[in-house]
Design a binder for this molecule. Structure first.
Ligand SMILES: *Cc1c(COP(=O)(O)O)cnc(C)c1O
Length: 386
C-alpha cells in the first residue's frame, strides 16, 4: 500500500489527494484491495457501477463488441449507437428527440451548453450547490467557489439561484435566458432533493421566457432513484446523462427533445470517441440488465430500507434521497471520520461535505450487504463521533 502511495505521488498529478486504497478486483458490490481485504462498495465508483463489478452481461457485451467492431469514426454509423439512441429516447418517453454521445458527464454538459447557445442567447440560470463537471464550460455552470475561482474567467453569463426556491428562479430568468439548468437531485452537494413542484415551476418559467429547461441527470438518471430518470411529470428540452449509463464503461449523452433536438447542426459540434460502438454496447447491456433483473423495483424497495435504517440512529439528523442515491446529515461535522471508520469496518462510503455522507451503491446491492452495513452503522458512528 505505501509503495502504491509513493508511486502514485511520483507519477500522477495531485488533483485528488492521496488515494485511500489501491483496489485490484471487484465482484457484485464487493471490491478487494491490494492487501486482499474485502469491502462492500457503497459508492459504486460515484454512482457509476450500476451493475456492480464484473457483471457477466456487461463483460460479454463489451467483449463481443470489441471482437466485432471496436471503434469507427463519426463519419460512419454503428448498430449499437443507433439502438442506444433509440432506447434512451424510449426510456425518456417524451416524444421525438435526438442524442449526441460523449465520453463523460462534463462533455455531455458541454454539448448541451453549446446547444443552448444556438438559441441565440447566452444567459444561463443554474442552481447553487449544483455540480456539472470540471471542464471550463461545465465549471462555468457549477457554483462552488473553490472549484471556479482558480480558473476564472469562465465562459458565459451564469446566474446562480438557491436550489428549490421557485420565486428566486422566476426572478432570475429573463427573455435573454438561453436555459435553466437543474439537477432533480443534487448529488455532489450530499443529495439535495428538488422540492415537490419545483421542476414543474421551472418548466413554466422557461416557457414564459422561451428558455430551454435542461436537466442534468448525470448522477440521478439511469435507474439510480428507482426510476429511469429522476424527473417525473415534466418535459425537459435537454437531458444530460452519463455515470450509470455505461455501468463503468465511459459514456455520456446529451439528449435534445422536441425543437431542441435540432439546435446543433453539421459543424457545430463533434467528438472522436463519442458514440463508440463498445461504449454503446456496454450501455445497452446495462439497460437490458436493469430490465431483466427487475432492478428498478429492487432499488426502490432496498433504498427505502437503507434510508429507514440509517435514520433510526439519533446521530443522523436527516436522511435524504431516492432509491439508491442517499445523503445523510450527521449531528457533528465528522464525515471524514465516518468515512475512515466505515472503511476500517469494510464499507466504502463517501463524505462530500464535512457533515454529510453519501451512498450511491451498485443497483445490484444485495439485501444481505445492505443489512450488514446497517448492522455495522451504530459502531461506525461510535468510532467516528466519539
Ligand atoms: C459527475 C457529474 C458530472 C460530471 O461528470 P464527469 O463524468 O465527471 O465529467 C456532471 N453533473 C453531475 C450531476 C454529476 O454528478
Amino acid at each position: 500500500m505505501s509503495t502504491h502511495t509513493e508511486r502514485y505521488q511520483a507519477a500522477l498529478m495531485n488533483t485528488f489527494g492521496p488515494p485511500k486504497l489501491t483496489l485490484v478486483r471487484g465482484e457484485g458490490a464487493h471490491v478487494w484491495d491490494a492487501d486482499g481485504r474485502e469491502y462492500v462498495d457503497l459508492l459504486g465508483g460515484i454512482a457509476v457501477n450500476a451493475l456492480g463489478h464484473g457483471h457477466p452481461a456487461l463483460v460479454a457485451a463489451v467483449t463481443e463488441q470489441l471482437q466485432t467492431l471496436g471503434h469507427i469514426s463519426n463519419f460512419f454509423a454503428s448498430e449499437p449507437q443507433l439502438a442506444l439512441a433509440e432506447r434512451l429516447l424510449e426510456l425518456l418517453d417524451a416524444g421525438p428527440g435526438k442524442v449526441f454521445f460523449t465520453n463523460s458527464g462534463a462533455e455531455a454538459n458541454e454539448a448541451a451548453f453549446k446547444l443552448s447557445r444556438r438559441t441565440g442567447r447566452t444567459h444561463v440560470v443554474a442552481a447553487q450547490e449544483g455540480f456539472h463537471g470540471r471542464t471550463m464550460g461545465a465549471l462555468a455552470l457549477t457554483s462552488k467557489a473553490a472549484y471556479r475561482e482558480p480558473f476564472e474567467p469562465l465562459p458565459g453569463e451564469v446566474t446562480f439561484v438557491p436550489f428549490g426556491d421557485e420565486a428566486a428562479l422566476a426572478a432570475a430568468v429573463t427573455d435573454q435566458t438561453a436555459a435553466i439548468l437543474l439537477e432533480p437531485l443534487q448529488g455532489e452537494a450530499g443529495v439535495n432533493v428538488a422540492p415537490e413542484g419545483y421542476l414543474a415551476a421551472a418548466r413554466r418559467v422557461a416557457d414564459e421566457h422561451g428558455a430551454l429547461l435542461w436537466l442534468d441527470e448525470i448522477q440521478s438518471g439511469m435507474g439510480r432513484t428507482g426510476r429511469w430518470f429522476a424527473h417525473v411529470g415534466v418535459r425537459p428540452d435537454v437531458v444530460t446523462v452519463a455515470k450509470g449509463l455505461g455501468g463503468g464503461f465511459p459514456i455520456g449523452a446529451c439528449v435534445g427533445l422536441g425543437a431542441a433536438a435540432d439546435l446543433l447542426q453539421p459543424g457545430n459540434h463533434g467528438t472522436t470517441f463519442g458514440g463508440n460502438p463498445v461504449a454503446c454496447a456496454a450501455a445497452l447491456a446495462v439497460i437490458d440488465t436493469i430490465e431483466r433483473e427487475g432492478l428498478l423495483e429492487h432499488v426502490t424497495v432496498l433504498g427505502q430500507k437503507v434510508r429507514d435504517g440509517l435514520a433510526a440512529d439519533p446521530r443522523v439528523t436527516e436522511v435524504r434521497g431516492e432509491g439508491l442515491l442517499i445523503g445523510l446529515t450527521l449531528s457533528e461535522p465528522r464525515s471524514a471520520e465516518v468515512f475512515a471508520a466505515a472503511l476500517a469496518a469494510g464499507f466504502i462510503v463517501n463524505n462530500p461535505t464535512p457533515d454529510r455522507v453519501r451512498l450511491a451503491p451498485p443497483l445490484v446491492l444485495t439485501e444481505a450487504d445492505a443489512a450488514a452495513f446497517l448492522q455495522a452503522w451504530p459502531q461506525i458512528l461510535d468510532e467516528a463521533l466519539a
